[in-house]
Design a protein around this ligand. Structure first.
Ligand code: UD1
Ligand code: UDP
Length: 361
């Protein structure tokens, strides 16, 4: 079977990694189409190099832009590539603009679409990701759900055909990289950190970075927390732009420290997983990082009002919103440790590959 995998952002690459390996093991031909939504070395190429992911057969170089512009440009360019490649199937991951554009381009050409991480809902339609999820699921022939909640969300929307509960591919990614990280990552030494004596923070959601009040609240809370212990902040370019526009940090140079609050360049996956595993706690608005913290038994404060990953709340993750007081209070409640949390379903990539093979050959 000839498969085109459509990716474009950091979390897309990390999710596609285990599935690409399973597809190769099963003897399928996979071509990777990179939209170019992420293009900095530390947001894109680093993952292909580090995780040994096959190089994209094409990079569309779409780059950054407003929602409609970026999605439309991808749609136009992906269509041309799919017309040339004539795959039997296209696979898309998660909820980014690359995901939606890939699904839409394929379904209109009558190419089968498989969506990995189907059924996730925040029920907040102001998030671009929520619109991407809703529409991608509508375009998909096979919908691979990571959780029971995702399955129930699809059922509530009347989507039951082609739906499969397979587990979370990111759980596999974490397990695959964790041992490698323990062996080879020197990030703690490079940053002069001691295990369990620092906090790790990431913020990049548009809902936090485009709202000045929220951005200032989060930033002030992190500065406050950094009076007691180092707070390491791998800085997403969206947030870097927002903070420097607000005059809160200088735009150009990283690493940059404000007392204990330390901004660093985005890191590779092994370094990131090492940082998550050894942190005393994590504060994040990232979908992926909140799950990784949970699976690595690191307490996690979610810098949002809601989460698609509701299961993580029952394992100890806390929703803190974005006021100064709520973030400080939630961080003060972080337990010393949390029990080891395993995803109920491992080997999602094998399950996905088996279903794809049985469905389309
Ligand atoms: C996108 C996804 C988001 C995901 C995130 C992962 C959408 C709507 N959002 O958000 O769901 O969580 O990726 O990190 O698809 N930029 C650079 N260099 C890059 C890429 C971006 O400087 O390589 C800057 C540009 O100024 C750009 C901004 O970051 O305007 C935002 O990039 P964009 O791809 O639009 O969205 P993300 O915030 O990365
Ligand atoms: N990540 C990384 N380096 C970083 C920050 C994040 O490797 O500097 C990884 C993180 O561990 C997770 C993925 O990128 O696997 C999540 O991406 P992001 O937070 O950008 O997107 P989201 O998951 O919110 O869509």
């Amino acid at each position: 079977m000839k498969i085109v995998t459509i990716v474009g952002t950091r979390p897309n690459f990390i999710k596609a990694w285990p599935v690409s390996e399973a597809l190769a093991d099963a003897g399928h031909e996979e071509l990777i189409l990179h939209t170019g939504q992420h293009y900095d070395y530390t947001l894109s190429r680093i993952f292909f190099d580090e995780l040994n992911i096959s190089a994209p057969c094409i990079n569309l170089g779409v780059g950054s832009g407003d929602q409609g512009y970026q999605t439309a440009l991808m749609l136009e360019k992906i269509e041309q590539v799919l017309l040339k490649l004539e795959p039997d199937l296209s696979i898309v991951y998660g909820d980014t603009n690359s995901t939606l554009a890939g699904a839409l381009a394929a379904v209109k050409l009558h190419i089968k679409v498989a969506h990995v991480e189907a059924g996730l809902r925040s029920f907040n339609r102001r998030m671009p990701e929520e619109i991407n999820r809703l529409l991608t699921d509508r375009c998909s022939d096979l919908l691979f759900c990571p959780t029971d909640t995702a399955l129930a969300n699809l059922k509530a929307e009347g989507i039951t055909r082609g739906v499969h509960l397979v587990g979370d591919v990111m759980y596999e990614s974490v397990l695959k990289v964790r041992d490698m990280a323990r062996r080879s990552s020197s990030i703690l030494e490079r940053l002069g950190l001691e295990p369990k004596k620092y906090l790790l923070a990431t913020v990049h959601r548009a809902e936090n970075t485009a709202n000045m009040d929220r951005l200032i609240n989060i930033f002030t809370a992190l500065r406050e927390l950094a009076k007691n212990e180092p707070v390491i902040f791998p800085l997403h370019p969206r947030t870097r732009k927002a903070l420097s526009t607000a005059g809160l940090i200088p735009g150009a140079f990283l690493p940059f420290g404000l007392d204990g609050l330390r901004f660093i360049e985005p890191v590779g996956y092994a370094d990131m997983i090492r940082l998550v595993e050894e942190a005393r706690g994590v504060l994040t608005d990232s979908g992926g990082v909140q799950k990784e913290a949970c699976w690595l038994s690191t307490p996690c404060v979610i810098l949002r009002d809601e989460t698609e990953w509701v299961e993580t709340l029952s394992f100890g993750n806390m929703l803190a919103g974005y006021t100064l007081e709520s973030i400080i209070a939630a961080t003060a409640c972080m337990p010393e440790s949390i029990p080891e949390n395993h995803s109920p379903l491992d080997h999602a990539s094998m399950r996905i590959t088996d279903i794809l093979t049985a469905s389309f050959g």
